[in-house]
Design a protein around this ligand. Structure first.
Ligand SMILES: [Zn+2]
Length: 312
């Protein structure tokens, strides 16, 4: 009798625990507790969750940027969602583009910058999702990468990585090479080359290729900043966890600001910048780029560039 009672009691306890768990899950779902989601992307990061039907991440454009521009640390460890962006980004992202094409063309002429260096003609629209389906959303994200190449492993970085004679600053080798392609590569001298025009739908992240698939093809633009890596002596053999510090050069970040600006012109709206590592967060084998991206410095350079163009 006692044995039977014990069994009955244990069963009740299990039922009670299951019921409590069910209630807890129900409350989390109904209340949409931050950080909790039942979607297939919950393990990625619910705060940057991509909403398939809307072709965007959760939140308004500025909120999305605060999530997608979280600091990227070695091994792809991410910092917290940003509480604020540099003012120039906070006030412009998602807003109508406010500089005229003729002003920008004048700037390009003065600086002898070819449109073929910065993603193609300014008169052309950007790519669209669903592999350039004309009824699908226009590209809304500028994904920032670092090439993480070459890996000097346990050697020091060469002294000349920011000089013309460092062979990885030769843009033609990136355009012709077999590296994972992006729309544009920017070298450490602040020069750039277009591999694919911004009207060409192209994918370069695991989120696009492995999860969202064809629907995302054309929604993201990809820019690679050339930056070498070396190995962390305390990490796995041959790892590429260490980037130069400071990371990118000022001319390199200024060219990225120009490319962001012309892509936004072609969109008619300021795009949402995003780091590759954050876009792919939580996906096995996710990359860890860009390392040592100075968002405040980039914001300052963008603000200066806007002022420079407006005062021509
Ligand atoms: Zn990348």
């Amino acid at each position: 009798m006692k044995k039977t009672f014990t069994k009955f009691s244990a069963g009740n306890e299990i039922l009670a625990i299951c019921y409590c768990l069910y209630l807890t899950l129900l409350i989390l779902l109904v209340c949409q507790v931050p950080g909790f989601s039942f979607s297939m992307y919950s393990e990625v990061d619910s705060s940057c969750q991509f909403v398939d039907t809307l072709y965007r991440f959760i939140g308004n454009p500025v909120e999305q940027a605060k999530c997608l521009l979280r600091p990227v640390r070695p091994y792809g460890n991410l910092g917290d969602k940003l509480e604020m962006l540099p003012e120039v980004l906070e006030k412009n992202i998602g807003q109508p583009f406010h500089l005229s094409r003729s002003q920008i063309e004048k700037y390009l002429r003065q600086k002898s910058i070819q449109m073929s260096d910065i993603g193609g003609p300014l008169s052309q629209p950007l790519s669209r999702a669903n592999d350039n389906n004309e009824k699908s959303a226009a590209a809304g994200y500028l994904v920032i990468h670092d090439t993480s190449t070459p890996n000097y492993q346990y050697e020091a970085f060469p002294e000349n990585i920011n000089a013309p004679d460092w062979k990885y600053n030769d843009l033609q080798s990136w355009k012709q090479g077999n590296q994972s392609k992006a729309h544009i590569f920017i070298n450490r001298l602040g020069e750039s080359v277009t591999t694919f025009d911004f009207k060409d739908a192209w994918r370069a992240t695991k989120l696009e290729v492995q999860i969202l698939r064809i629907k995302s093809k054309g929604l993201f633009l990809h820019v690679e900043l050339i930056q070498p890596r070396r190995s962390d002596p305390s990490g796995p053999n041959g790892n590429d966890a260490i980037a130069p510090d400071p990371g990118f050069t000022s001319p390199q970040l200024k060219r990225l600001a120009l490319i962001y600006l012309v892509a936004s012109l072609r969109r008619g709206e300021w795009l949402i910048p995003a780091y590759h590592a954050v876009v792919d967060a939580g996906i096995p084998g996710a990359h860890d780029d860009p390392q040592h991206f100075d968002l405040i410095q980039w914001g300052n350079l963008l603000e200066d560039l806007i002022g420079e163009i407006q005062n021509l």
